[in-house]
Design a protein around this ligand. Structure first.
Ligand code: ADP
Ligand code: MG
Length: 387
């Protein structure tokens, strides 16, 4: 569904559910990451961009201290008392706005206004494209509109990350919220996760296209796989005895191998390798060196599969199919994107062959898994904003 329809659906939802005409509409995109996976919480570099797919919230203040939210994907409207502390509660999906409202108030010391809101989305949920960050940023941006208090973008992204940590129990790094907040048309958001600074990198070459392929195997990032990976990287760094992964070389990791044990060693090898690959990929992209860029994407996938162990059979199959189409088929590189355990792959390809690649991915993936994937082309787009 394109964005105009999505906005109409949100306005109509507000009208049908609450009988209200929207006064504020916020949009925030999901993201896809070209390279740099599971290192945003390791002081690494990551290279995501904001998708054209968004979460939209249409809303109107209601003059009370109750927020009522309905989602086209939820069930009944959820009521949230915003006069005091906002605790976690059921249903779980409403914890994203609960957390953001709590931290928005803490950040700004404002009195939260009651409002009624309706949410629509074309960011697949649980598809590794960060619908959760989109939901958080859309909520925070809506609150800016309703209160008239404009946060600086970094502050806004960080309060959304805090909501993800404490209300969704996913100890994520800063990539997802930064990509959704800072994204711009035709720009990648290169994030130095040590300094916490994003740099916009041009991505304008019309000959390049990004294919996002959702395996339609949903992940559950709060069930421990993500947290245990993060913990292993913390243990690895401690064993090596440095204060940041940015000071660690592969030789340091190898030297600490015995002390770490196999699992922490593998996780550490991924971190150091992925930081190097991401820096290499940024250079290769700037130099239009697509052979190098593609090799780095495949190497990233192999490392996530074998060393970090966050891939799954379906992600591996999707990448294998892309890789088998090869350069002749117009594929530059492919890898899993996002937290893993399901979700999506990202494939960089020649624009002229994008449609035939999509067809091949769709057919062969369906044949091999029995699952119909959701595959689309994407270009870097605008981050969170009021419409
Ligand atoms: P991802 O961020 O990769 O999409 P997460 O598991 O982090 O996956 O976030 C998905 C969760 O976000 C869903 O389970 C749901 O709680 C919430 N969510 C996403 N989109 C919507 C929506 N349109 N309406 C209500 N909740 C949503
Ligand atoms: Mg998420």
């Amino acid at each position: 569904m394109d964005i105009t329809h999505l906005i109409d659906e949100a306005k109509n939802g507000l009208q049908d559910t609450f009988g209200l005409e929207a006064t504020h509409i916020a949009a925030a995109p999901g993201r896809v990451n070209l390279i740099g996976e599971h290192i945003d919480y390791c002081d690494g570099f990551v290279l995501p961009f904001a998708l054209e797919q968004n979460i939209i919230i249409a809303a109107k203040a209601n003059g009370t201290s109750t927020v009522r939210i309905a989602s086209s994907q939820g069930s009944d409207p959820v009521e949230i008392d915003v006069s005091g502390e906002i605790p976690e509660a059921e249903p779980k999906w409403a914890n994203y706005p609960r957390g953001v409202m709590q931290y928005f108030r803490e950040q700004t010391s404002c009195t939260l206004p009651g409002f009624d809101a309706y949410i629509t989305s074309n960011v697949p949920s649980g598809g590794g494209l960060s619908s959760s960050a989109a939901f958080e940023l859309a909520t925070a941006t809506l609150l800016e509109g309703l209160t008239g208090i404009k946060l600086d973008t970094k502050t806004k992204a960080l309060l959304c990350q805090k909501a993800e940590h404490n209300y969704a129990h996913c100890p994520c790094g800063i990539m997802d919220q930064f990509a959704s907040a800072f994204g711009e048309k035709d720009r990648l958001v290169m994030i130095d996760c040590q300094s916490g600074e994003p740099t916009l990198v041009p991505f304008e070459n019309p000959d390049l296209t990004v294919i996002v392929a959702n395996t339609c195997v949903a992940h559950e990032l709060s069930d421990g796989g993500y947290a245990s990976r993060r913990k292993a990287t913390e243990d690895g760094l401690q064993t090596i005895g440095k204060s940041s992964w940015r000071q660690v070389s592969m030789a340091d990791v190898d030297a600490a191998k015995e002390q770490m044990g196999d699992v922490v060693y593998q996780r550490s090898r991924h971190v150091v390798g992925e930081i190097q690959r991401t820096m290499g990929a940024a250079k290769a992209l700037e130099a239009n060196d697509f052979d190098t860029l593609g090799s780095l994407m495949y190497a990233s996938h192999a490392s996530l599969r074998d060393d970090f162990e966050v891939s799954c059979e379906e992600l591996d199959i999707m990448v294998e199919i892309a890789q088998s189409l090869g350069k002749d088929g117009g594929v530059i590189g492919s890898r899993m994107t996002g937290g893993g355990f399901g979700g999506s792959t990202v494939t960089l390809c020649e624009s002229s062959k994008a449609n035939s690649i999509v067809a091949a991915l769709t057919n062969q993936y369906t044949e091999r898994t029995g699952i119909t994937p959701e595959i689309f082309l994407s270009r870097p787009s605008q981050g969170a904003r009021l419409l």
